[in-house]
Ligand binder design. Structure first.
Ligand code: C2O
Ligand code: CU
Ligand code: CU
Length: 463
């Protein structure tokens, strides 16, 4: 085995999906993907296949490599038996390209297509998923990553992507039905027992002593929150939700990754040849498990001295909010089990809703004729105060903009963290700031898909 084939080893799977910028259809740079039913081996190579819905028949869907500031056209075919759309999570696209049915585009009917055209302004790690029947469509496999390449990336030996997803499988290995259980929607959402890395349960990631790897972590789960620890390694966070931050080690060595969040880390492989080190998720008390292992190849380290190159990524062209002159608005999350009023208080909510934002529930994936909870004048600086008055965690996501996380429970948030999704613990309050520069009606919702579907969603208008 050559060194190269060894290095590629089972990571070949991940790398294969890193190289699939398939030039198809009309223009040489156009991308063409189809959402369709397929079969996939989620539980591992030796386990039965499951029926999935997948982009180009693959779980996860093809990794799309785009270039910062270069226009792209992506044609999406719907070969499912139900409506779909594609949302480009975290990419600051024009409103009409945002993929929210009813709100920004008509749904893509079965057998029809939609052409998405935009120019990604920011480099970084993003992802794409449906915004129609999202709980079930994401839960059956429709998700893929988008890497928007920096013009001048940081120097690393390899750039890897780990897209996590969480599944509830039957004894036969099929995806369990029963999406949208109201009880579950009022609690933690649909958390499964099988966690996949790039589409199947991972036996290990081949690495080489001495190498420096950029690892792009994506949590494409419906509801599972992850807290990742790397045994004997010291990851450095260089970007959150695609946006560069001051490089820093995660608090307590745990990388928190709520649904829809991305974290880019740089890992120097300082372990010993031929040994394996666990990557552990211990978010849920007492339920720690190994997500994968860093499996060191035999042979001498790649280099004698630790890699010495800067870790700071070039900033994206995000418009800075003017904090001194910002408008302040509050959004209060309520409902769910054991929340203010409890299930009893939920009796009055409409359409299966169990959650509210400022007393209102918007259910499903998108709607026409929704009155925005807040309207901002274009060009205004906004500070949003999000208060989680529930007893549950919520990764709150805002479309069309990235925001600067200012404070959490009154304490300033260090490292200049721009995000599109903020993970809120029960009773947390956060302040986030952005410049309302992207006109249109934009979703703000929890990315625990059951929570979104059951009312934890609203619309903010930039007019
Ligand atoms: Cu990834 Cu409306 O979300
Ligand atoms: Cu989004
Ligand atoms: Cu939630």
């Amino acid at each position: 085995m050559t060194r190269r084939s060894l290095l590629l080893g089972s990571a070949g799977l991940a790398l294969a999906s890193l190289d699939t910028r398939a030039p198809r259809a009309a223009g040489a740079n156009d991308i063409h993907i189809a959402a369709r039913p397929a079969r996939a081996r989620l539980a591992g190579a030796d386990r039965p296949r499951a029926d999935v819905w997948a982009y180009d028949g693959r779980v996860p869907g093809p990794l799309l490599r785009l270039r910062q500031g270069e226009p792209i056209r992506i044609l999406v075919d719907n070969r499912l038996e139900q409506d779909t759309t594609v949302h480009w999570h975290g990419i600051r696209v024009p409103n009409a390209m945002d993929g929210v049915p009813g709100l920004t585009q008509p749904p893509i009917r079965p057998g029809e297509s939609f052409l998405y055209e935009f120019t990604p302004p920011d480099a970084g790690t993003f992802w794409y998923h449906p915004h129609a029947n999202g709980l079930e469509q994401l839960g059956r496999g429709l998700a893929g990553a988008v890497v928007v390449e920096e013009r001048e990336p940081i120097r690393v030996d390899r750039d890897l992507l780990w897209l996590f997803a969480d599944w509830r499988l039957t004894a036969e290995g099929e995806i369990a039905s029963g999406f949208g259980n109201r009880m579950e929607a009022a609690m933690s959402g649909r958390v499964g027992k099988t966690v996949t890395l790039n589409g199947s349960v991972s036996a290990g990631e081949p690495v080489r002593a001495g190498e420096r790897v950029r690892l792009r972590l994506v949590n494409a789960s419906l509801a599972r929150i992850m807290a990742l620890r790397f045994e004997r390694h010291r990851p450095v966070i260089v970007a959150i939700d695609g946006q560069p931050c001051d490089p820093h080690e995660p608090e307590g060595g745990r990388i928190l990754l709520g649904p829809a969040m991305r974290v880019d880390v740089v890992l120097d492989m300082q372990g010993e040849p031929e040994r394996s080190y666990h990557v552990i998720d211990d978010f849920y008390d007492g339920l720690a498990y190994g997500v994968t292992q860093l499996a060191y190849a035999p042979g001498p380290p790649l280099r004698a001295h630790p890699f010495d190159a800067p870790l700071t990524l070039p900033r994206n062209p995000l418009p800075e909010p003017d904090l001194a002159r910002a408008e302040r608005h509050d959004l209060t999350l309520q409902g769910g089990m054991m929340g203010g009023g409890g299930m009893g208080g939920m009796g009055g909510m409409m359409g299966g809703a169990v959650w509210t934002i400022n007393g209102m529930s918007m259910t499903g994936d998108g709607h026409a004729g929704m009155t925005p909870a807040l309207t901002f004048q274009r060009g205004r600086s906004i500070v949003l105060v999000l208060r989680n008055e529930t007893a549950w965690w919520h990764p709150m996501h805002f479309h069309g903009h990235s925001f600067l996380l200012l404070t959490r429970n009154g304490a300033p948030v260090p490292h200049r963290q721009w995000q599109d999704t903020v993970l809120m613990a029960p009773k947390d309050a956060v302040e986030l700031a952005f410049l309302a520069d992207n006109p249109g009606d934009w979703m703000l919702h929890c990315h625990v898909m059951d929570h979104q579907m059951a009312g934890l969603m609203t619309v903010l208008r930039v007019a």
